[in-house]
Write a protein that binds this ligand. Structure first.
Ligand SMILES: [Zn+2]
Ligand SMILES: [Zn+2]
Length: 211
């Protein structure tokens, strides 16, 4: 490496680590007006975080084979939050990353985040959102737990067991283009989705005729 290249490398290093000081790893202080509603920790307790939002944006059970392998469980329970809703009390410390797409342990989004000591899965970090695993949260009462109640199943056709709970069950990501409602999904929702599908189809035909 030449002298100039070396200098360039040094200059770019802090830039490369910039994400460590930004949400979701930014440590919030009192001035941030971060209202603590929930507290959570990994199995060994090295990783601790707080949440400021009362209800997740969504709560899902994922049956995809990646989740089965990554969690060594029949399915995964994830609650969606904004990156600003979380406060890791030690920031990025004691965390490790894994990108299942490239099988790399570099911090590349979207990736899995775990405790670097006990390896408890903490969350999936997406490009814009985080998918937290609520099993780590210390719920103080039934209402708090109810706030996180799963609202749907996704990748249900990859399941290892049936969950006849009457919740919507999607073959892929919910409401994705190639995703369909199956099994014991609520009949009204199935009808509504079918209506939307026909409507979209008709629109396509109409705009085709107008050309
Ligand atoms: Zn741990
Ligand atoms: Zn999954």
């Amino acid at each position: 490496m030449s002298h100039m290249e070396e200098q360039k490398f040094k200059d770019s290093a802090p830039e490369k680590d910039h994400w460590k000081t930004k949400a979701p790893y930014k440590v919030h202080d009192k001035q941030d007006d971060f209202h603590v509603r929930y507290e959570a920790s990994c199995h060994c307790g090295k990783v601790k975080y707080q949440l400021s939002r009362e209800e997740p944006l969504d709560s899902k059970l994922c049956h995809c084979t990646t989740c089965q392998t990554q969690h060594a469980a029949p399915f995964q329970w994830a609650a969606i939050f904004h990156k600003d809703d979380i406060n890791f009390t030690h920031g990025h410390h004691d965390l490790e990353w894994y990108d299942p797409t490239s099988k790399s342990i570099a911090h590349q989004l979207p990736c899995k985040v775990r405790c670097s000591f006990c390896h408890s899965p903490i969350m999936d970090e997406g490009r814009n959102m985080i998918l937290l695993f609520p099993s780590l949260i210390h719920f103080k009462n039934d209402q708090e737990k109810a706030n996180f109640k799963p609202r749907l199943h996704m990748f249900y056709n990859q399941r290892v067991m049936d969950i006849p709970d009457g919740l919507p069950k999607w073959t892929g990501i919910n409401e994705g283009e190639d995703s369909h409602l199956i099994e014991d999904s609520p009949p009204e929702l199935v009808k509504e989705m079918e209506r939307k599908r026909v409507e979209a189809q008709n629109k396509k035909v109409e705009s085709g005729e107008n050309k």
